[in-house]
Design a protein around this ligand. Sequence first.
Ligand SMILES: Nc1nc2c(c(=O)[nH]1)N[C@H]1C(S)=C(S)[C@@H](COP(=O)(O)OP(=O)(O)OC[C@H]3O[C@@H](n4cnc5c(N)ncnc54)[C@H](O)[C@@H]3O)O[C@H]1N2
Ligand code: MOO
Length: 420
Amino acid sequence: MPYTSLTWHRAHDLAYRSGHPLAAETVPVDRAIGRVLAGDVTAVAPVPPVDSAVMDGWAVAGPGPWTVLEVDAGPERSRPERTREDAVLHRMRWVRGLTLADGQAVRVRAGALLPARTAGVLVLDRGRVDETGRLTRAPHAQQDEPAPGDHVRRTGEEATTGETVLTGGTTLTPAHVAWAASCGLDMVAVLRRPRVTLVITGAGLAAHGVPEPGTVRDVFGPQLGAYVAALGGTVIGMHHVGLDDRALLAQLGTDAADERQIREATGDVVITTGGTGGSTRHEVRGALAAAGAEILIDGVAVQPGHPLLLARLADGRMLVALPGHPLAAMTGMLTLVAPLLAGLAGAAVPRPGHVRLGADVPAGMRTRLIPYTLDGGVALPSRWRAAGMLRGFAEADGVLICPRDGGETGEVLEEITLPW
Ligand SMILES: Nc1nc2c(c(=O)[nH]1)N[C@H]1C(S)=C(S)[C@@H](COP(=O)(O)OP(=O)(O)OC[C@H]3O[C@@H](n4cnc5c(N)ncnc54)[C@H](O)[C@@H]3O)O[C@H]1N2
Ligand code: MOO
């Protein structure tokens, strides 16, 4: 038996837990932002991989004064096309093979590789080189500087080879990806994004312009794909299904007979809109029953979005049926689709935040999901919050989860921040 009239929190939790994490795939690090790591990532080399200078100056060994060693000009010197980069690379190769003896120094720039046996870096304005190439400390420098290790970034000071540098389950940010790159990684294993098929049902849905009286402009076609993407899914197909064909919902999947149906059958989630409430309430449910689907949730105790459905199809895919009323569908995405996709993607459960009310909300029949705007740090509930309205949601900074008893100005309520 499906759960009926579940509380928002229980429905949200059940949707999260009903999605089993998908298989992993390996992707280049720079394509992994926003993806969820399939497992721990370890450093393939120490970070940093070599000792390097933090400041411009001289790498020195021994107490000083020092003789500043100079690289010879190199074999390419005579070549007219020799670039500055050639010279830098030539110098780098020279430093790589160099071991300083006590009393020797080499000029270095910030970030540059240090020769072996470097004790520390004497900062540029704290040393003087005379015309014979002899380096001494400037009059204002301390007599024992640089101290051992001064201005040196040591090999492995951030991470050692094999150390765990990112943990599985992390949703990768640009900063994570930069860190993975500096740990020497080219590829990372991430969980596959959930693949979603959209099925928009209804009669008289107009794709363009101002609809004739009695028809409606389709508001799901233009935005559900982007909404799904913002929640971490990938839309693999979008279908418009007329009223007479709602029963066809049952066929989207298992009995694939052509290439298109096979593609759909490999998806993970089906989202339908319309046909969930009132006179049409048997249409989607009937199609699901005919397909042998297991209905997990039939109705959530919220407004708008009460007639939401969550089902598991016979082939294992999950189906969310959203109501046709536009705001009810939009908030239904936050109630069931956001946690379902997070669960499938292996990401953490999206937890509600908190915000202080800037106006009273009267009591209602159920928990209400109310679009709000932030004004000076407090939440102003939108006037445009009925199930058929989109204006409040379009302007919103988030959606309040307002209890049945309502809320008073100054009270802190739970809220869901929008994913865009
Ligand atoms: N007698 C009862 N009537 C209704 C009940 C009820 O319990 N008893 N529940 C109401 C609630 S709550 C909701 S929510 C709606 C759910 O409606 P459906 O899911 O059946 O949606 P449709 O009938 O397919 O469409 C309703 C309405 O929504 C608009 N719509 C639909 N699709 C689109 C679209 N792609 N773009 C823009 N607008 C769309 C359109 O105005 C439809 O007429 O049921 C209540 N009724
Ligand atoms: O749940 Mo319905 O969304 O109130 O109109």
